[in-house]
Design a protein around this ligand. Sequence first.
Ligand SMILES: Nc1nc2c(c(=O)[nH]1)N[C@H]1C(S)=C(S)[C@@H](COP(=O)(O)O)O[C@H]1N2
Ligand SMILES: [Mo]
Length: 361
Amino acid sequence: MTKHEKFIVHTTSPYNAEPPLELLRENFITPRELFYVRNHGSVPEIDAQNFRLRVNGMVERELELSLDTLMNDFPKRTVMATLQCAGNRRDQLIAIQEIPGEVPWGAGAIGNAFWSGVPLKEILNAAGIKIGAQYVAFMGAEEVIRHEENVGFGGSISIDKALSNEVLLAYEMNSKPLEPIHGFPLRVIAPGYIGARSVKWLTQISVQAAPSKNYFQAHAYQLFPPQVNAETADWNAGLQLSELAVNCVITSPRENETVSDEVVVQGYALTGGGRKIARVDVSSDGGETWTTANITQGDQNWAWTFWEARLRLETGDCEIVAHAFDSASNTQPEDARHVWNFKGYMNNAWHRVKIQVKSEK
Ligand SMILES: Nc1nc2c(c(=O)[nH]1)N[C@H]1C(S)=C(S)[C@@H](COP(=O)(O)O)O[C@H]1N2
Ligand SMILES: [Mo]
């Protein structure tokens, strides 16, 4: 595995790591050495020759497909898509109240790539979907131990999403075979959804009437109100995370940086559902007044947007905040307390960076 020397490693086993923000923002297409990694178990060693993808459940024909068949007997499609972990920006939730046992992600658990593979709908059409099918469930190959049991890593998406043009069974990332750590030989790419639904080391697809019962669909990756905790959570009542919320992050300047009174603020923004980022605003007075940023790159569905704003600041301590609006005018909550949840998912509160401003003269 080739990750950048400045990669921020949160845990080594399983390996969980993210790039520093200033490096992440250098490339619109994230190079492999800067693409975050989110693992729940160890990386399985899969022999590409013997690999088979099983397709079963509510289908007319069960399938067992080799990598060769997937690559040669089905169409290949490339989609630019940004993956974002549901835990991205958890650090700012932890600053409000601790979240034990979860990876303290900064804002780098996100990356944008060209993914190539077979559209999932091609496989589903080949298998033939039976009436009543509502969900498509995925299983990865690796062992994941929870409560002394191997639960594996799985998840599901709705049948509508599964039949969309954008969902892929990808075997390439940025025109090269997937690296083992990113899911070799095959992974799901579910654009616009939390990263967890893009199951790596995919070995099984099951068409079902109900969502996956796997731990990572039925238990983890659920959203609860701030007052709920692990003891009081009703796991049948949580919101099973799927589509991403609108989010926006300042990548430069960095927290505690000293800057001149004319500063260029840069960042990324993204949203779910194939919507686009319509506007990004930046404020240095806590949201009393805003400067609209320039969108510098990115106007595609499923991919992030890069933005930049020039601010003139008063000398002294300063907090810069940023928020985005998407094409459905969805926007972000002002205060992270309102979205705090005991698992620390989906923090999309206004991004805040504290800096010191020095006069040029
Ligand atoms: N099999 C498997 N698939 C998985 C995971 C995993 O632990 N095992 N992690 C998920 C999560 S939570 C995220 S955010 C993305 C991360 O993809 P990446 O490591 O390629 O960046 O993979 C998803 N797919
Ligand atoms: Mo994730």
